[in-house]
Design a protein around this ligand. Structure first.
Ligand code: B3K
Ligand code: ZN
Length: 872
């Protein structure tokens, strides 16, 4: 397999003005007839080039005609999955008949079956597995789609746009025709057929148009889509209010499917969702699950403008739509709940997972320069770092300036396929600013490091901050240029008050520094006392910032920084420092020390009733195993785990009474609601419960079992069960079984059970995982189930990181098994192994050996790219 490069981009030689598709759906063979209204692209220099349409090895060509002339075999060829026609008129209709077998499609891209329905996933390059096409996002076409099927089994037949015709064929099958008036690339095409139930609703847009809203599921799930519908309506309203974006079709549909490689897909007017991102009920869904449904519904809806109306010119520009849309859904959730809590969650995730990716052999800029398989680039870098880059533009321009920029972007490029540069150019033009240096964020990979030192001059009342920036080398990028980094800063005084100061002649108490050189010094004047700097407030840039804070300073910021985000950040740093100390002690075979300054901080935190309980819960949840791994020079999973357990134990014992009290005083009364207030209380209550049980208190043990038995919602039930299993209470086996028995008919809850069971640390860990994969409720064809078990294994430190390498061998076996069946999933399973160079030597070797074993297989492009780059 070879790479393709951004620098080689050329415009398409042909355009497709109209696309007419007919699907004759059948359980054994599906016939697709396409009529493509093609013409040569006036902007293409290749005046006589052949027509080359993308296809796939799974598409059988039955016949092809130009206008009404059926081409004999000599006049076309199939080369490397492409249909090549050398001689064509400049403008013509190409008719193409193909045969596909959705029932045998295990890759879940193109047209496939999930449960008893037909559905599609076309992004990025799935459409070519349906029929021959110019499958690239800069070829935009108006689609008309006719679906023919047996109505008794497929009463619901959907595609993009509006239904325009319906009737019976000569053979007595039913046909339905859909027309989408908006030009779109093939990756936004969708089709669904099945025996589905629907929830109907409507939304009246800001200009007074009534839009029909429909959510479809299999019959047994229709009672779980009210929250998604409500989220959809709130998203539609929010996009009108915040971005002035109105929905454009008369109908918006969402369908839930069980088998899906990703979270969801923004097909025009017909979103298709992994059921895990759509279904929600208090009894079966945790608070986190609710928030995820809300965020994903919003994300896919927001794509209607940021992605569909204005789309990507090529897949190197993926972050154009994904980074921007993630930024939009993050803002929506922040506005809906607490903005600080949301920011902490997003930043934690970024610093844990994206930073790790940026330090791995798969590191790439948010606009990659090359790739082998685009499916491998639906990454945390493209999505989350991409969103951070958009957020920095927002910080630099302010709310109003950013809105002016986005208005101009949508106005200039509506109906076009554009680039990241077009986005930044619109932001610049609307605000009269120069973002040329800022654009380096799009082309440079790696997490920049800022080294900060300071000096306070009491005499002169001046405070100097010196900031060095450096971005470490990443694959193919040995040296880096200085970036334009917005660093939001405030100063905190000894009595926890915000200090005012003069900066650039302005008196203020907060400033955004424009760090744009390798070393710069900033002067704050009229600073009345030695300040503690509150740096990178709100995480104003996706960087690693080093400043030698003392424990006292961190404790002070933790309790007194007016910036809520930085209060969390300080607590996180404090915990990291302590945990790293424990890691070292563990590695040197010492007894872990028992004095911890953190306990004092936690104690005042628990006593402060003015704080948002959700923030307290976030602070109590210690830096994760994954985050500490990301920070480590050489990752020692067992040591990190021991350190975390130790700190939790110390805290639990020191503050047993406090945790009990907090647990009891945060009980939620009344019916379940996924409201910020209730979620906050439950999160604190359950965090306190975890510590209280960790303290070993007998009362806590009976409280947690009692909570499990009496819970009326999944959040409380699952929090209790996780706690019982984690601490191996006497009831662990019994309740884990009871949980399965109670929920064995709810597939999404079974996934939670699979994950928790796989994560359970027992001596026979691997055996237990193998048993789970043989369980009748496990199904390797279902990505959610596979991810649940493998995800659980990943959390199971003792089993996965077993020194004998058996955990890695097992994972590699699964990768080899999935390699051909579902390459996208197989490739994602490789992620832990791609970090082998970060592990302590004994583990690194074992991981590397497994990668080498995988490399000897006949690999899909997806797995090949990840494995070969990891071994390079
Ligand atoms: N755009 C889809 C991604 C689907 C990619 C599949 N390989 C989901 C989203 O970001 O909204
Ligand atoms: Zn998206």
């Amino acid at each position: 397999p070879s790479a393709i490069f951004l620098k080689d981009y050329t415009v398409p030689n042909f355009l497709i003005d109209k696309t007419e598709l007919t699907f004759d759906l059948d359980e054994t063979q599906t016939i697709v007839t396409s009529r493509l209204h093609l013409r040569r692209n006036p902007e293409s220099k290749a005046r006589t080039s052949p027509l080359e349409l993308n296809g796939g090895e799974d598409v059988k060509l039955i016949g092809v005609a130009i206008d009404d002339y059926t081409l004999p075999k000599a006049e076309y060829a199939i080369k490397n999955d492409k249909l090549v026609i050398t001689a064509t008129p400049d403008e013509f209709v190409l008719t193409c008949e193909t045969l596909i077998e959705p029932q045998n499609n295990t890759k879940l891209e193109g047209l496939y079956r999930s449960s008893s329905m037909f559905c599609t996933q076309c992004e990025a390059e799935g459409f070519r597995h349906i029929t021959y096409y110019l499958d690239r996002p800069d070829v935009m076409s108006v689609f008309t789609t006719t679906i023919i099927a047996d109505e008794s089994r497929y009463p619901v037949m959907l595609s993009n746009g509006n239904e325009v015709a319906r009737g019976k064929t000569e053979e007595g099958k039913t046909f339905v025709t859909w027309h989408d008036p908006f030009k779109k690339p093939a990756y936004l095409f969708a089709l669904v057929a099945g025996n589905l139930e629907v929830l109907n609703d409507s939304f009246t847009t800001m200009s007074g148009r009534k839009v029909a809203l429909q959510i479809f599921t299999e019959k047994h799930n229709i009672d779980k889509v009210d929250f998604a519908m409500d989220s959809l309506k709130r998203s539609m309203k929010w996009d009108e209010e915040v971005y002035g974006r109105e929905y454009d079709l008369d109908i918006f549909m969402i369908v839930a499917v069980d088998d899906f490689n990703m979270g969801a897909m923004e097909n025009k007017g017909l979103n298709i969702f992994n059921s895990s991102c759509l279904l929600a009920s208090p009894e079966t869904t945790t608070d986190d699950g609710y928030l995820r449904v809300e965020a994903v519904v919003a994300h896919e809806y927001f794509h209607n403008w940021s992605g569909n109306r204005v789309t990507c010119r090529d897949w190197f520009q993926l972050s154009l739509k994904e980074g921007f849309t993630v930024f939009r859904d993050q803002s929506f959730s922040a506005d809906t709940h607490s903005d600080v809590v949301k920011r902490v969650e997003d930043v934690s995730f970024l610093k844990t997972a994206q930073f790790a990716e940026d330090a791995s052999p798969m590191a790439h800029p948010i606009r990659p320069a090359s790739f082998i398989e685009i499916s491998n680039f639906y990454t945390l870098t493209i999505y989350e770092k991409g969103a951070e880059v958009v957020r920095m533009i927002h910080t630099l321009l302010g709310e109003e300036g950013f809105r002016k920029g986005s208005d101009l972007y949508f106005e200039r490029h509506d109906g076009q396929a554009v680039t990241c540069d077009d986005f930044v150019n619109a932001m610049e033009a609307a605000n009269g600013v120069d973002l040329s240096q800022f654009k380096r964020w799009y082309s440079q990979a790696g997490t920049p490091r800022l080294q900060v030192t300071d000096h306070y001059d009491e005499q002169a009342q001046t405070y100097h901050l010196t900031i060095d920036q450096m971005t470490p080398p990443t694959p193919n990028q040995p040296t880096k240029l200085a970036l334009h980094v917005p660093v939001k800063v405030g100063l905190v005084g000894q009595n926890n008050q915000a200090l005012s100061f003069t900066f650039d002649g302005q008196s203020t108490d907060e400033v955004v520094l424009h760090v744009n050189d390798t070393e710069q010094t900033y002067v704050f004047e009229n600073v009345s006392e030695t300040p503690v700097p509150s740096l990178l407030r709100g995480f104003s840039a996706p960087v690693k910032l080093d400043y030698a804070y003392s424990t006292e300073q961190l404790l002070q910021l933790m309790s007194g920084d007016p910036d809520g985000f930085n209060r969390w950040s300080a607590s996180q740093q404090l915990a990291v420092n302590e945990l790293n100390g424990f890691v070292l002690q563990f590695q040197q075979g010492e007894t872990l020390s028992t004095d911890t300054r953190l306990v004092d901080g936690f104690k005042s935190l628990l006593a402060d009733e003015t704080l948002d309980p959700a923030m307290v819960a976030l602070i109590l949840s210690l830096p994760s195993q994954a985050y500490l791994s990301e920070l480590a020079d050489k990752i020692d999973p067992q040591a990190i785990k021991a350190a975390r357990e130790h700190l939790r134990q110390l805290t639990a014992q020191a503050l047993e009474t406090e945790f009990k009290q907090v647990y009891e005083s945060n009980a939620v009364t009344g019916d379940y609601q996924a409201s910020a207030e209730q979620i906050a209380k439950r999160s604190l209550k359950n965090a306190a419960l975890m510590y209280w049980v960790a303290s070993g208190s007998a009362e806590a043990k009976s409280a947690v079992v009692c909570q499990y038995r009496n819970a009326d919602n999944m959040t409380d039930q699952f929090a209790a069960l996780s706690c019982i299993v984690h601490f191996e209470l006497a009831e662990a086996d019994e309740l884990l079984n009871a949980f399965f028995e109670q929920w064995k008919h709810e597939s999404l809850v079974v996934n939670k059970w699979l994950m928790l069971s796989a994560a359970r640390e027992q001596d026979n860990g691997l055996e237990q995982i193998k048993q789970l994969m043989l369980h009748p409720n496990f199904d390797i064809k279902n990505p959610n189930k596979l991810r649940a078990v493998i995800g659980g294994l990943g959390q199971n430190v003792a089993t996965f990181h077993n020194l004998d390498g058996s955990g890695y061998t097992f994972l590699a076996d699964q990768i080899i098994l999935m390699n051909k069946r579902n390459p996208q999933i197989a490739s994602r399973l490789c992620t832990p192994l791609t970090r082998w160079q970060r592990m302590v030597p004994a583990l690194a070797e074992k991981m590397k050996a497994e990668l080498e074993r995988i490399a000897r297989e006949d690999l899909s492009k997806d797995v090949y790219e990840v494995v070969s780059k990891s071994l390079a």
